[in-house]
Ligand binder design. Structure first.
Ligand code: AHR
Length: 634
């Protein structure tokens, strides 16, 4: 028999217990969440014509009769250096096509908002025709824009789609002959998350929002650090007008030879303001993380000298002002000018991603001192290395404990059995040491970041077993998140990932539904569930955790059975009078290799059932290879 003891709250479950970790990897931002459909809209990629085709002209064979585009480097600002000058020789004979992010997702009947900066040059190009074409080249919607004047101006129009295509493209043709200059050619669906113009993709945010995340960590991951310091993520370059945000080569641009993505750049249309806003929309605590003056230790491991760390520290201080400062402050005013006079109430800041060793500790100390001196209320999250069982990890923990570090971010990408075997990982953690942010984890079916990793049921079930251990230790573990979060089916660099999408559709993996069951049932107080006074950490292949929800007056018990057979359990409740009916939510599959897919997006998803209690006990059978959440009213 298992005993659920509701008489004592062991610890509060922090509202941040289950959150999400967002990184612009796998086209998660540009080409994903950020709904811009035009790739390289401002011609600022290293190759300014990347993403653009001119099917009727070819510089190599000097076939330029119909016309051609020339990139002009005007060097007006670091963010907006390049525009294109289009010379049209044959009206309607010259075409300029943007390929989108592996195509553009266009839905029949939907409206798309077009904008561009244009200026007429010599000659008389009077109109630009923008046409959405499907894979066969057939027009599925268009709009014609009249050009006027030689001064740069912003033109806007809209296109209504007549058909659906997952891989549409945007074709530009021109009326008249002569020169026209173009920049910032942009196309967004009108229907975005919260109806925000030039906003985020609705279906993707909905999947995130459905998780009811307790926090949103952003913007990564390795992109925080950069391969080199010059290419680190700099939040100040991601706020203010979109056209002033300086493009950066994404750190995942060419990381894996088997998934080269030379066209992966960060436009920062989804920048720090938008991240804060997204967190607020979802009721999640914003959790930005900044460079600590060390480039990725898997790449160059470049270090900023200690006596040159100030600008990095200033970035952290200014970020807090941007998020929380009143409108009389420099950065608070910018936030207000961007449409959010109220503070974002940021409470957490991360310093350094996945960094370790003496150089990290040295730098962390300086950040901590400066941040606490000005903003003592801000909670600082420190990093640790990616090898949870390694020596440097112990070194980091020791040092950070000595520093009284508040929260340490631990990462583990490990095989499924590691997760099952480590369900008791935190049982032995020092109750007086730093709190834990299990900031990145995912079971790897083949090997770390192998392209063959699958989001299969075996991995998801192992994570569920491990998560009962996170929850059972909610007095120490205060934040957790799976990683990576999202992946474009044709633009990824890393597997497995929680959510997969193409240009039209998206789905949550089996792992997503594990996260959702835990997050949606986080409760308010940790209570104990034991078998003869011992926690269930895999004995007889059973794992369990229990919480009370003081808001809904429920006891919530999560049980994971990793065995190939169903197992009977007999739950006895102490310290609470339970109702005679309960609900169960079962997530399972007979096949450890089973996965969700575009064809079967909810193949593995929870099934609800009502069950009866008898004389205050719940006797039930936990199906084989299942996560079951039981909810009993008290
Ligand atoms: O989640 C993918 C990567 O894994 C992250 O960018 C990094 O922090 C970790 O190594």
């Amino acid at each position: 028999a298992l005993t659920v003891d509701a008489s004592e709250s062991i610890a509060p479950i922090q509202p941040t217990m289950y959150g999400i970790f967002f990184e612009d990897i796998n086209f998660a931002a540009d080409g994903g969440l950020y709904a811009e459909m035009v790739k390289n809209r401002g011609f600022e990629f290293v190759d300014p014509m990347m993403g653009w085709q001119q099917p009727n002209s070819d510089r190599h064979s000097m076939n330029l009769e119909s016309g051609f585009a020339t990139a002009i480097k005007s060097k007006e600002s670091p963010a907006d250096q390049t525009y294109i000058q289009v010379l049209v020789n044959k009206p309607e004979g010259y075409e300029l096509i943007n390929e989108g992010f592996r195509g553009m997702g266009v839905e029949s009947g939907a409206e798309y908002l077009l904008s561009f900066e244009g200026a007429k040059g010599e000659g008389e190009v009077s109109q630009v025709v923008f046409t959405l074409i499907d894979e066969s080249g057939k027009a599925i919607g268009s709009t014609t824009v009249d050009l006027s004047g030689t001064d740069w101006k912003v033109y806007e129009a809209s296109i209504k789609a007549k058909a659906t295509s997952e891989k549409a493209k945007l074709k530009l043709t021109f009326k008249g002959a002569g020169i026209v200059n173009l920049d910032m050619v942009s196309l967004f669906p009108k229907d975005t998350w919260m109806g925000r113009e030039k906003g985020l993709r609705k279906d993707l945010v909905q999947l995130l929002n459905d998780l009811d995340p307790g926090f949103l960590r952003f913007p990564g991951g390795c992109i925080v650090e950069g391969r080199t310091l010059a290419r680190r993520y700099q939040w100040k370059k991601t706020v203010g007008p979109i056209e002033d945000r300086e493009i950066l080569v994404n750190r995942w641009n060419t990381e894996f030879a088997h998934r080269p993505t030379p066209d992966y750049f960060q436009s920062f249309g989804l920048g720090f303001f938008e991240y804060f806003q997204l967190a607020e929309d979802m009721g999640a605590a914003p959790m930005p993380i900044l460079s600590c003056g060390m480039a990725c230790q898997f790449n160059t491991a470049e270090l900023v000298p200690m006596d040159q760390l100030d600008p990095y520290i200033q970035d952290a201080l200014d970020l807090i002002e941007f998020a929380n400062g009143d409108v009389s402050t420099y950065w608070g005013k910018l936030r207000s000018d961007m449409g959010h006079p109220e503070p974002f109430n940021m409470k957490y800041i991360g310093i350094g991603n996945e960094q370790w060793g003496p150089e990290y500790i040295k730098r962390f100390k300086v950040f901590e001192k400066a941040i606490k001196a000005k903003y003592p209320e801000i909670i600082i999250i420190s990093g640790s290395g990616p090898f949870p069982d390694g020596e440097h990890f112990e070194y980091g923990m020791e040092q950070l404990s000595e520093l009284n570090s508040e929260i340490v971010d631990e990462h583990y990408y490990r095989p499924p059995n590691w997760f099952r075997e480590n369900a008791d990982r935190y049982d032995s953690y020092d109750r007086n040491g730093p709190k834990i942010f299990a900031g990145e984890y995912a079971a790897q079916s083949v090997a770390i970041a192998s392209p063959d990793n699958r989001n299969n049921w075996s991995c998801a079930l192992s994570e569920a077993a491990f998560m009962t251990g996170l929850e059972r230790n909610a007095d120490v573990v205060v934040m957790t998140s799976y990683a990576p979060l999202m992946a474009h089916a044709e633009g990824w660099q890393w597997t497995p990932d929680l959510i997969w999408f193409n240009n039209l559709e998206s789905y949550g993996t089996a792992n997503y539904y594990v996260q959702k069951l835990f997050s949606n049932n986080r409760g308010t107080d940790l209570i104990s569930i034991t078998e003869e006074d011992s926690p269930l950490t895999g004995q007889s292949d059973l794992y369990a955790s229990a919480v009370k929800d003081a808001n809904t007056n429920e006891l919530i018990i999560k049980v994971v059975n990793t065995s190939k057979s169903a197992q009977e359990i007999d739950l006895d409740f102490e310290g609470a009078k339970v109702a005679s009916k309960a609900m169960s939510y079962t997530l399972r599959s007979d096949d450890p290799e089973a996965v969700n897919s575009f064809e079967s997006p909810k193949g593995i998803s929870p099934a609800a059932a009502e069950i009866s209690l008898s004389k205050g006990r719940l006797r039930t059978s936990v199906p084989s290879e299942a996560l079951v959440v039981y909810k009993v009213k008290i």
